[in-house]
Design a protein around this ligand. Structure first.
Ligand code: ADP
Ligand code: ZN
Ligand code: ZN
Length: 743
């Protein structure tokens, strides 16, 4: 028997090893193994088992060194999924396999947390020792310790040593004498804090929910050819309740389930809701877990102790057996795309995993992606609409305020608020209602320049089209491309003029202007500058929820999923902001964001009002202000069809990076010409050229895109070229299949 093994350094090559006879029964695809490699040993995973080696004479092959006991095995279905990802996303096998297992598990270095519980193995012997030594001065401390242990019965060293009778010397002596012994218990690192959870029961489904649940049952029972359901429901239509009940149905059928949510909405609120329904059956996986916590959660899943996993993108690879259901909440989110190799789209990989495992997949959203709507129109996916909110509330009143018609602000005053928005906020303050102000940019200002000499502050290592973001509170300029931070100058670095100007506004400025415009209002801010940890996040949210803040200012962090019944007004400072991005998804993203932000208003008893400030006319804003998803989708799909953009085609972006620009341009051109033979009529290729972001951290970036239908062959060629053809030192290639951003 031959094992085809991928090791942690072999990149895209498999190595064949002989399987020693004694391992033949225990080895399988996914087994963690140790293999001889040159003069050393390497860790690897078995990709497949074969009868004969593809490298010819099996007699020359080395034998596996053995199974690795300390590292986890990968379930076979996941190995298949990993191979598919490597192929489809043009990634190396090694990178794909690596994604399947958290580093904490893969390394074999993190151990289960074991605690020693000390106890008296023989209580009679202990009592006898106390009687025998009642007057012995020499062992007073031992007697005391034994009396303590008789009282406590058992405990960890931390618990025992907290008592005044404890003495380390006596304790050791008693252990050596065998009067005290210990047993080991595996502890679960507690990822939930110890917050009490009130068990919750399923709610009687609304007609819409009943319809959705019936469709999912049809998938469970294979009564329909499709295995994917697009659940298109406005916020508050009861989607989450559908997830909860279909998970319960899957469990009832002896299956397990995965729920993917965008990292940003994986709040304690969300987790609590799932925990209250499923208790200890639930595992949570997200990026804020420590290695130890991740290790424990992963093992709880792998051992079958937990059947339900909720988590961000990577939770898709949870090693559940007998998977019955995958839920992808907010399926339209571009954060489901991984930015490093393998650059997979979790939504699409979920559909693939569902197919491999015969599981149902629910793609839920208030604003489904064009891709999913298109697949539903083609009949590849089922579609279920939930048009009504559970507690039927009047829709918010949405107004578009054209900033071009506003009076010109006095010099020196801020231009962030239109008179209409000021009035609306004022009204809320008078009625003790709450307001959310949304601006999709953090920081105080977007750029800094000197009117005297024309100097403009820019990150020296990055593209000229992007300026620093200025934070006034921290007195710094930061580059949002490379993260570099420099102190903000107080005079012009070129001509020493003190007249430095800041342009463009971020949430920090919005907050400070709001203080000026609404004196006395209690204002909080939420963006990635103020939120250093999830604790910060909870503090601000909690204050707002309790009504201790009147106005919450923030970036997209506050757009999603949060429920504040006290909010009756949402103001979007520049609703047209995203529309000018050079990206065919700009309209879609803007529509989604505005719909979501608007959904924050009027979740309580009072009707909500929403104001979109804009300096441009746009159909997208009109569709958003009418909450007209169908209208928007027809408009957007028509535009994409005409220009042959996804979902009508597939799009592959290739970014070449290197420090030497002419060398890079040459190399990229050579790469493109190697693809010439694979070109055909249903394909458009934009040859390599400087990317919209030309330079990050002193590395030039060239972008090439390929879009069309029937890309399989060229994709395979790209994969081989990018991974296997030698390229000059210092140049790297990032292939992004189904790219979300073309920057
Ligand atoms: P969504 O996920 O679409 O925003 P949720 O499932 O969170 O919607 O439901 C919105 C609100 O309605 C929640 O407070 C939820 O508890 C409540 N709800 C959902 N389904 C029902 C139901 N069948 N009966 C009563 N209340 C429900
Ligand atoms: Zn100057
Ligand atoms: Zn930079």
């Amino acid at each position: 028997m031959i094992a085809r093994v991928i090791t942690d350094i072999s990149l895209d090559r498999e190595f064949d090893y002989l399987v020693p006879e004694e391992l033949e029964n225990s080895i399988r695809p996914g087994s963690a193994v140790e293999v001889p490699f040159g003069n050393s040993r390497r860790n690897g995973y078995v990709l497949e088992l074969a009868e004969s080696s593809s490298f010819g004479n099996a007699g020359k092959l080395k034998a596996l060194a053995g199974l690795s006991g300390s590292r986890a095995h990968i379930p076979e279905k996941l190995i298949t999924l990993g191979k598919w990802m490597a192929d489809y996303y043009c990634a190396s096998q090694e990178h794909a396999i690596r994604t399947l297992l958290p580093a904490a598990v893969r390394s074999g270095k993190v151990k289960a947390l074991v605690s020693r519980i000390f106890y008296l193995p023989d209580q009679k012997a202990a009592e006898q020792f106390i009687i025998d030594n009642a007057d012995a001065k020499r062992v007073v401390k031992r007697v005391e310790t034994l009396k303590l242990m008789l009282r406590l019965r058992e405990g960890t060293l931390t618990e025992i040593s907290g008592h005044p009778e404890y003495s380390p010397g006596a304790f050791d002596a008693l252990r050596k004498a065998g009067l005290i012994s210990f047993r080991e218990e595996t502890l679960r690192r507690d990822v939930f804090g110890d917050a009490e959870v009130v068990p919750g029961k399923p709610l009687p489904p609304t007609p819409d929910q009943a319809k959705a649940l019936a469709m999912i049952d049809d998938i469970f029972e294979h009564k329909v050819p499709q295995h994917v359901l697009v659940l298109h429901g406005v916020t508050n239509s009861g989607k989450t309740e559908v997830y909860l009940q279909s998970i319960a149905n899957a469990i009832r059928r002896g299956k397990s389930a995965i729920v993917l949510v965008p990292e940003i909405s994986l709040t304690p609120q969300t987790v609590r809701r799932f925990r209250s329904r499923f208790g200890d059956q639930l595992c949570v996986l997200h990026s804020r877990l420590s290695d130890g916590e991740r290790f424990d959660e992963w093992n709880r899943i792998n051992s079958g102790e937990a059947q339900i996993v909720i988590g961000a993108r990577s939770a898709l690879f949870a090693p559940l057996r007998n998977l019955g259901l995958i839920v992808v909440d907010e399926e339209h989110e571009s954060s489901y795309k991984q930015s490093e190799s393998p650059r997979y789209m979790a939504r699409d990989v979920a559909v693939m995993r569902g197919k491999l495992e015969n599981a149902a997949v629910i793609l839920g959203s208030a604003t489904p992606s064009a891709e999913s709507i298109y697949n539903a129109r083609l009949g590849k996916f089922l579609l279920c609409r939930m048009a009504a909110q559970v507690a039927d509330k009047p829709k918010p009143v949405i107004r578009i305020i054209d900033r071009r018609l506003d009076p010109i602000p006095e010099p020196g005053s801020s231009n962030l608020f239109s008179p209409a928005l000021i009035d609306a906020v004022q009204e809320r303050l008078e009625r003790a209602e709450q307001t959310i102000l949304f601006l999709n940019r953090r920081g105080y200002a977007r750029s800094m320049s000197c009117p005297a000499c024309g100097f403009e502050a820019r990150c020296p290592e990055c593209s000229v089209n992007y300026n620093y973001t200025y934070s006034r509170r921290r007195e710094i300029l930061s580059c949002h491309l490379c993260g570099a931070v420099v102190p903000a100058p107080s005079v012009c670095p070129e001509c020493s003029s003190p007249e430095i100007r800041y342009h463009g506004s971020g949430t920090e400025k919005l907050e400070s202007c709001a203080h000026g415009v609404f004196p006395g209002a209690r204002i909080g801010r939420m963006d990635s500058d103020t939120m250093r940890s999830s604790a910060d996040y909870e503090v601000v949210l909690d204050k707002f929820r309790r009504g201790q803040l009147d106005i919450l200012v923030g970036t997209q962090m506050i757009a999603k999923g949060l429920h504040f019944p006290g909010v009756t007004l949402v103001g979007v400072i520049n609703a047209d902001h995203g529309l000018s991005m050079p990206d065919f998804r700009a309209a879609e993203r803007t529509f989604q964001l505005l719909t979501q932000v608007a959904g924050r208003a009027g979740r309580g008893d009072r009707r909500g009002e929403v104001i979109f400030q804009s300096s441009k006319d746009s159909e997208v804003l009109h569709f958003a202000s009418e909450l007209d998803f169908d209208g928007f989708e027809n408009f957007d799909l028509e535009f994409r069809r005409m220009l042959a953009y996804p979902p009508f085609t597939r799009l592959i972006a290739i970014v070449f990076r290197g420090e030497n620009e002419s060398e890079l341009a040459n190399f990229a051109a050579g790469f493109a010409s190697a693809l010439e033979p694979y070109k055909h009529d249903n394909m458009r290729i934009t040859p390599p050229a400087p990317a919209p972001i030309e330079r990050i951290k002193n590395k030039y970036r060239y972008l090439m895109t390929i879009r069309g239908t029937g890309l399989k062959t060229i994709r395979e060629a790209i994969r081989v070229l990018a991974l296997h053809r030698p390229h000059p030192k210092g140049i790297d290639i990032a292939v992004d299949v189904d790219a979300q951003y073309l920057m």
